[in-house]
Structures are given as C-alpha cells and as structure tokens.
Design a protein around this ligand. Structure first.
Ligand SMILES: *Cc1c(COP(=O)(O)O)cnc(C)c1O
Length: 430
C-alpha cells in the first residue's frame, strides 16, 4: 500500500475500513474529558462497553440462584467454560477440546511444564529466547531447579548476533540441532514482548520435533494478535493471557492448549484437582484421579465465573469481527502505516532519532512496533502521554506502540506521528 502522511489519507482509510464500527464498542481512557489515543492494547486491552452488563448478569445469577447457579439459570456455571472453548479455538487454530480457560498465565506455564518438561538421562535442557519476559524466565528457572538442575546448565538462551536486535530463525534452528542430545523442551514466547518479533513458530516447532523434543509456546503477545495454527503446526502445548490482545480485563483468565495427540497419554505428570476430573463423574467424589479427556483435564479449581464472563464477552466481539483474518488484514495495514509515519518523523529529524527494532516484514511481527529513541527516550514517552498518546515504556530504552485493529484508526496513527514530531522537536532542542 502507498501511504501518505496526511489527515485526508488517514480519514479515507478509516472510511473504507470494514471494521471501523467496532471502535464504538470500547471505552477509551480519558482525562479532563479528552480521550487518549490508546496504543497499549499489547499490555492491557480496552474495556468492551458490554463488560458492565455481563458482570451484572452474573451477579444477578449469583443473587437469584446462589449455589444452584452451578446447574440452573440460562448459563449454568458448570458448563460455562464450554462456551468459551468454542470461541477460543478459532483464535489460536485449535479444536475446542484442545483449549480451556483457567487460572492465569504464569500459573498455567508452570502446570504445563509439570506435564511437558520431563527431563530424562542426558535430555534435561530447556531452550528459550534470550530476553524472554521475566515471568517466563523465573518460571523456567524455578522448574529446572525443582527437578534438581542448575539453571546455568539446564537452560539454553538464544540471543541475537552481535549488533543485531532480532533473532534469526536459522540461528535458533542451529542451536536446537547442536544440542539435540540434551534438549528436552523448546519453549519460546510466540512474540517477544520487547522487540515485537514474531518467531517462525512452525519452523522452530519442526526443528524441536526433529530432535525428539517437546515444543511449547507462550502466546501472551500472539493470541488474538496474529494467526497461529497450533493444531496444524503440531505444537505440543501453549498458553496465553487474555487481557492483552483479547480485552478480558486486568488479571483476566488465561487459556491453555494441549494438542490432541497427548489426550490419551496417561503417563504425563499433572498437578490434579477436582475440576479436571472426568466431568460426568466429578460429583461422585470418588478416590483416585481420572482426568477428563482433553485440555479440560488440566483444570484444577472450579470455574472462575466473573473473569470468564468478561473473556466470553470479549470473545464474542472477535466472533462478530470474523475472528482473526479480517483483524489481521487491518492490523498489517495499521502497523505498516505506523511504521511509515514514524519513518516520516525520523526524516524530519535527519534520520538520527528513532530506530524501529521490530522486524519490517509483517510475517515477523504483529501489531507492535518497538522504537528506540537515540536521545531522551523516556522524556519523549512522557511528552507523548501528556499529549494524550498512550503507548508504553519498557526499560531500558524502548517505546512500544501497538495499534489494535478492533479499536484503533488510521487517524489515530496519523495524529500519533504529528504528536511524536512535535514532542521530539521540543524535547531534543531543549
Ligand atoms: C504478559 C506476560 C506475562 C504475564 O503473566 P501473568 O501470569 O498473566 O501475570 C507472562 N509472560 C509473557 C511472555 C507475557 O507477555
């Protein structure tokens, strides 16, 4: 697409956008009656306007039915998670049986490692991306220690080459091959939170399987953002949070994926609880755990109805939008436009000030651009916030901006560029 850095162009794009009306379904943060341009949906998605009613409905169910709400009312809580499974599946390219909403992300990462990190003999290592989100680093280090290994020996971190920001797929594959005898588990984040790089999940998964390793993905920044095909790519397990690209609210319920090829494996360790028990016999309260078939068998505690109600409402918006393909098409255009606009700003500043470290190719990124400012990055970020542009700042030196196809417009992007130029000039010159 040939982009233009002017308001008329941006407005024409918005006019032609088939998803333009979805913006009206969300609440934007505002100060002094002025809305922010929100470019932080990669950290916490906006609140759908229906959220209030949805919670109110469950509060009413609770008030009217109390304990009988588990089996009575329009949406008995006993089966409530099944509605979510149907809508989660198309977002991550899975069957409903392979996914389940439960717990929160880091907790699920632990639970899935309990099942899928099974070190044996020489095969004890986990390979992951260097600079992974800290929670994942801590989870993986503590799992390794739990099995009695030293993280320094049992974890392989793959870093970009000297002078590069982005990991090359060939380097990841080479490291997997070099350590083929020792790797038990390949565990990467689908999209790196810092650089915005979307890894070549299919190729990396294949490389892991070629050496007989299990392959899992943390899709915190990928689920609801980019099209993934967890089933077709043969990925063993994955998990994600729903409060970033899927707008389910702070601390929202997480989702897990377990590939159907593992459904009949009775040898997998798991930390069990009553909700993962065979569903039709759960209330017989018998001794001896028998897991429900599918991802549901990893549940531990009873359904978290309130956070699931919010996730359900937000999944229904994805359903109305046609799930991932239309959103991805718009996302590629919006992110491309943001890149263009930032490059224009940089041109005005003699090409010196900004460097986008996120891959240029849309196959290597989702909705997020990570921008390194040469000078005074944090001050510029604060200047943007004061000008009602809300992205986020990640130490040590990155401004992350994420245009979200459900609720951002091309006009948002154009105005962000104008603000960035104004703020940069003011801050760099003083
Ligand atoms: C956001 C994010 C988390 C957050 O984990 P919670 O358990 O939901 O607090 C973990 N890992 C990654 C990769 C993330 O991006």
């Amino acid at each position: 697409m040939n982009f233009e850095n002017n308001l008329a162009f941006a407005k024409a794009q918005d006019e032609a956008d088939i998803l333009k009306d979805f913006r009206g379904q969300f609440l934007f943060p505002n100060h002094n009656n002025k809305n922010f341009i929100y470019l932080c949906g990669n950290s916490l998605g906006l609140q759908p306007k229906v959220a209030n009613d949805v919670l109110k409905r469950q509060l009413d169910n609770w008030a009217n039915h109390a304990v009988e709400g588990w089996f009575e009312g329009e949406e008995p809580w006993m089966f409530y998670h099944k509605e979510l499974k149907k809508l989660m599946a198309p977002i991550v390219g899975a069957s409903p049986a392979e996914v389940c909403p439960m717990n929160t992300l880091t907790v699920n990462l632990h639970l899935l490692m309990v099942s899928f990190y099974q070190p044996k003999g020489k095969k004890i290592k986990i390979i992951m991306e260097g600079g992974a989100f800290p929670s994942d680093q801590y989870a993986i280090e503590s799992q390794v220690r739990f099995h009695g290994f030293d993280p320094k020996e049992a974890i392989i971190e793959v870093f970009p080459r000297e002078g590069e920001e982005i990991l090359r797929t060939e380097d990841i594959v080479a490291r997997i091959k070099e350590n083929s005898e020792e790797i038990a588990l390949v565990l990467f984040g689908g999209i790196n939170y810092y650089t915005g790089q979307w890894y070549d999940m299919e190729t990396i998964t294949k490389a892991g399987h070629d050496i007989g390793a299990i392959v899992g993905w943390d899709l915190a920044h990928a689920a609801g953002n980019v099209p993934v095909k967890l089933h077709d790519w043969g990925i063993d397990f994955a998990c994600w949070c729903s409060y970033k690209y899927q707008n389910s609210g702070p601390g929202g319920v997480s989702g897990i994926f377990v590939h159907e090829k593992h459904f009949s494996n009775t040898k997998l360790n798991r930390f069990a609880g009553w909700w993962g028990y065979q569903e039709n016999k759960r209330f017989k309260m018998e001794k001896g755990f028998i897991p429900e078939v599918g991802a549901d068998g990893w549940q531990i505690s009873c359904t978290q109805v309130m956070p699931m109600a919010l996730y359900h409402a937000s999944l229904q918006i994805f359903e109305q939008a046609g799930f991932i393909t239309p959103l991805r098409n718009k996302s590629i255009a919006l992110t491309g436009y943001l890149e263009f606009v930032i490059n224009q700003v940089n041109k005005e500043l003699n090409f010196q000030q900004y460097k986008i470290i996120t891959p240029k190719d849309s196959k290597g990124r989702g909705a997020q651009l990570s921008i390194i400012a040469k000078e005074k990055g944090k001050e510029i970020f604060d200047g943007l916030v004061a000008d009602y542009i809300l992205g986020d700042w990640r130490e040590p030196d990155v401004i992350r901006l994420s245009p979200i196809p459900l609720y951002n417009s091309f006009e948002d992007i154009y105005l962000t560029g104008q603000s960035l130029l104004k703020v940069s000039r003011k801050i760099i010159n003083t």
